[in-house]
Design a protein around this ligand. Sequence first.
Ligand SMILES: [Zn+2]
Length: 580
Amino acid sequence: MTDYVVDLAARHAHLYAVEGVFAVAPGASELSLKLPVWTPGSYLIREYERHIQELVATSTDGAALAVAKTDKATWRVQTAGHASVKVRWRVYAWDLTVRAAHLDGSHGFWNGACLFLYAEHLRHQPHRVRVKAPETWTITTALELVSDGVYLAADHDELVDSPFEVGSHELVEFQARGKPHRLAIWGQVSTPRQELVGDIVKIIDAASEIFDGEVPYAHYTFLLLSSPGQYGGLEHARSCTLLTSPFTFQPRAKYEEFLELVSHEFFHLWNVKRIRPSVLGPFDYQQEAYTRSLWVMEGITSYYDRYLLVRAGLQPPQRYLEKLAEELAKIRALPGRFRQSLEESSFDAWIKLYRPDENTGNSTISYYLKGGVVALLLDLHIRARTEGARSLDDVMRALYRRARTTKTGFADDEVQRLLEEASGIGLQEFFDVLVRGRGEIDPTPFLRTVGLAARPEEASDGGPRGFLGATLKEAGDAVRIASVLEDGPATSAGLYAGDDIIALDGFRVSLSTFKERLGLLRPGEVAKLTLFRRDELRTLNVPLGPPPVESWEIVPVTDSTEAERAAYQRWLGAAWTPPE
Ligand SMILES: [Zn+2]
């Protein structure tokens, strides 16, 4: 048993005081303690150890012990013959994200990776945490409560996988699938609780129906943190953290995005927490866990997150198709779709997806975005090839049963075979083109199987607008070029990321007036830009190009067959409706 105490007394300084008592391995003169350098589910080396300070070690009766750091995340304690040692450290926690730790006068939220040093030889034994917080505060975590303020994790993995929310948050308890669930709410959430819980239960029901109607836990905890400008989620085996803005809860379209987040993190409790590549559990917390299969974990989950809303009756099919069309348009706007396959995007998550820069759109494609669309195409493909006998649901169920039986992950090169076995169809070409390939996605043959087609949406206000080929953001009084599209008009004219535009055709602009006035120019017309580049004033003439297709729509085909209409009904649970 490893015992920890987490004290929140220095909350206004955002410092957790942590104490750990570690048993020394028999005969060992040294004890190595490490902190994870990343949190499972967030694929970037974050070096949480940079927030550790004031670490001291003593014997359990208080005699000082020598400690030396041996690398960025390892502390070596001289045990001086003691059977166990006590180590204290403080953790600076001022990162309000789902993957990190935060502490202030209103609450403490943490992921175990940020707080708990661990000893390798004790990792598979139980870990106990005592939380010292103001008496009026509530402690919410998926870990088992063993006595007042004391929680038990079966091992270090469970400790890392069980975030804590400690504070004066609201706690809503409810039942779903016959199991107790809790929803902890920190910050402002305007949705009436009955409606919020009702919608979450619908998501739980819709997701569990895929997996034989079962939920693989005794209880489940949603930690909902609401703070302006925030968005993110992180999945765990028996809980999830949802971070969102107080302004997410209305209007309806925004609220549906929030429900998508709930659905996404909840679906992960099967897909990635249980169905997983072998490098994603048990984890090596000290280095990158490379896998070419994040598209399976995140892409398939991204497909189901919104699709489940349709199945749960929380989003109309038409809205679902509109969002799908937006995603197709987004992919088509990124030159990076020809530079990375889904497998490559997965593998390089650690250096690319989580570290976006001005070249990201030109050089990469997200395994969430493309992965979600490819998962949809896979579902439609399986449905069509098996004449409706099977779907991606059957695949996920089979993968889950395999994971439950074997309790192991899969190797990257097993993925195609596992999906083929579960679906009963060959997927060589599908994988070659859509998973391992870097080509254009053509959704046409897949959508046709459900009586639909994707087509560019016609511009609504007459002639085409001049196209600059750059993304913009506000920077003080200027309009900053955030990125430029490879081979676009901005690149051809020599406009660079970081340029600060102050005037268009001699008149000062803000972000909104720049967009407005640029929108009045036509392809072939020249935008005269006055800008600062590295503080030097310049003028640049940019001939505008023709716009790429900006939006797509998904529409019913005019000559659908009965089989296609039936397939649509099976897929979206509503009758196919003919074109207007
Ligand atoms: Zn995810």
